[in-house]
Structures are given as structure tokens and as C-alpha cells.
Design a binder for this molecule. Structure first.
Ligand SMILES: [Zn+2]
Length: 141
């Protein structure tokens, strides 16, 4: 299994929502892949899965995550992406509070507010599910 890189079309498509639970083994593969690569997060389409799943290090799985509320001003900082090797972008994100609703691996609906770097990673990964890359959002540095 490899990480897809630009200009792979999976990286620029807006992934569909599903009525049926996503295959649980996909989330396990994603966690394993993310941790093996020592990445902070991973989106399903980066490894070719057409599902709205993200993982955030070390072990958070979010299925069909939706950002409900964003608090605070946008803060620019460096971001890199496994799908855009050797590039670093300055990207503005809300860091004070990002409330996300998602389903966990038991299909239980959860709602949680994230802050700081975790909030940044979650916004980066949810962008992936919508086909948005850091090259669309930021400036290369
Ligand atoms: Zn990325």
C-alpha cells in the first residue's frame, strides 16, 4: 500500500457520505500506515479508500467527520503533507476551538472540541476528504 501523491485524482475528489458503516478494517490499515510513517494524520483517500475517514495520531479514528463550529482567529503555521512530498506550506487554521461531530469505529456518534495542533491536523485531514490540499489553501515556503 502506498500513499497517493499529486496529481492523483483521488486527492482532488470530494468523497461521498455513506449510509452504511465503513469497513472497520480500513480504519485499522489507516492507523497502522499513519504510525508506520510517523505521520500526524491520514485521510482515507490518500491510500485510495473512497470513504470519509481520517485518523489522527496516535490512535483517533473519525468516520464522516463534520466541523460544526470554529472559534478564534486564523493562525498561520507550517504544514507538510505525505501527498505533496518535499513541500512545506504556510497555512492558516483556527486553533482555539474546532468542534467536530464524527462516528467512531463502533459507529457511535461523538462530538468533541479540539484545540491547538490537533485542531490543525483535523482541519488538514478533513480538507483531504473534500479534495482540498494545502497547496490550495496556503503559500509554499
Ligand atoms: Zn495531507
Amino acid at each position: 500500500m502506498v500513499i497517493l501523491q499529486v496529481p492523483h485524482p483521488m486527492l482532488t475528489c470530494n468523497l461521498p457520505y455513506n449510509d452504511t458503516p465503513v469497513p472497520i478494517e480500513h480504519t485499522l490499515v489507516m492507523l497502522k500506515m499513519m504510525n508506520k510513517l510517523m505521520a500526524d494524520g491520514l485521510a482515507a483517500n490518500q491510500i485510495g479508500y473512497p470513504f470519509r475517514i481520517i485518523t489522527v495520531a496516535p490512535n483517533l479514528v473519525m468516520i464522516e467527520p463534520e466541523i460544526l463550529e470554529v472559534e478564534g482567529e486564523l493562525v498561520a503555521d507550517k504544514e507538510a503533507c505525505l501527498s505533496l512530498p518535499n513541500a512545506v506550506y504556510s497555512v492558516e487554521r483556527a486553533l482555539k476551538g474546532v468542534t467536530v461531530r464524527y462516528r467512531d469505529t463502533w459507529n457511535i456518534l461523538r462530538e468533541h472540541k479540539f484545540h491547538g495542533y490537533t485542531a490543525r491536523v483535523i482541519q488538514h485531514e478533513i480538507d483531504h476528504l473534500n479534495g482540498i490540499l494545502i497547496s490550495d489553501r496556503g503559500t509554499e515556503i
